[in-house]
Write a protein that binds this ligand. Structure first.
Ligand SMILES: O=C(O)CCC(=O)C(=O)O
Length: 275
């Protein structure tokens, strides 16, 4: 059992994130990278665009990461012992591709209420200032949800280019992680990331998010997996876990889930502008 320490809990409360947390060895992180790259080789479009969501549904190895007991111990310290997984995202930035993530709050568009949930960002490669690690605006989770512009800008890895204006970069903290480490962040902390200026890929496998069983999806339908404990609320449909890589039925399930997710992301904000 590796629950969070009182210092880590204090950091989460004050800053809205905890980083770094050791989870996997470098060798394990490399094994995970190889699995991601094998999927890309076998089915070149599978992880592109909206396909980057829910890769854990087609890969037993990514599923095992998602249900890893060390990660779940840390998550339990924040949201309690009954835990659901409601999705994962691969945030991959290839060198020379101009990918970035504008400053945003996850809770603004993910539709999960109340905010008894947390996101785990697992570094599959090293993640640092050169290759565009996440940057957190420390303490910003304590304020209300902020207005976001929708910019749909090129290179932005967020679906609608959701952007909080005037984030003081000087007050943001880079989350420097080695492959195999993770960070945890709060639903309302403002965060983003810049370009990858290195010669290698930056890969984050992000469990987005772990939710308490008392959390509803208020913008649409989100299927979930039970990660730990019991689901005493039954707000969501429970889906299975993959038994082999790229099974035909699992690929179909991932596609359906990702269609549902697109509806959630676009709900009520089809147009450009502020929301
Ligand atoms: O990987 C990134 O650069 C950003 C990820 C992110 O916004 C998130 O995990 O909520």
């Amino acid at each position: 059992m590796t629950y969070l320490s009182s210092n880590q809990l204090k950091q989460y409360e004050e800053k809205g994130f905890i980083s770094p947390i050791n989870v996997f060895s470098k060798e394990k992180a490399k094994e995970i990278r190889n699995e991601i790259e094998l999927i890309e080789k076998k089915r070149p479009k599978e992880l592109e665009k909206t396909g980057r969501y829910n890769a854990h549904l087609v890969s037993p190895l990514l599923d095992a990461v998602t249900h890893d007991s060390k990660i779940l111990d840390s998550v339990q310290s924040l949201i309690g012992k009954n835990i659901l997984v409601c999705g994962t995202t691969l945030f991959i930035k290839n060198p020379n591709e101009k990918g970035f993530v504008s400053y945003h709050q996850d809770a603004k568009y993910i539709g999960l209420e109340p905010h008894n949930w947390v996101t785990a960002w697992v570094a599959i490669t090293n993640s640092n200032e050169k290759n565009g690690c996440m940057r957190m605006w420390s303490g910003s989770h304590k304020d209300n949800l902020k207005d976001h512009d929708q910019k749909f800008n090129k290179g932005n890895l967020l679906t609608r280019g959701q952007t909080v204006r005037n984030v003081p970069k000087k007050e943001t903290t880079p989350l420097i992680l080695e492959a195999g480490q993770m960070s945890l962040h709060h639903p309302t902390v403002v965060h983003g990331s810049e370009l990858n200026k290195s010669n290698d890929r930056r890969i984050g496998f992000v469990i987005q998010s772990y939710i308490g069983t008392n959390v509803r999806q208020v913008l649409g339908k989100n299927s979930v997996q039970l990660a730990r404990g019991v689901d005493e609320f039954n707000y969501h449909e429970i889906i299975g876990r993959p038994q082999k890589l790229l099974d035909k039925n699992d690929i179909e399930l991932k596609k359906q889930e990702n269609n549902n997710l697109q509806e959630i992301f676009y709900k009520g904000s089809e147009k450009k502008g502020k929301f």
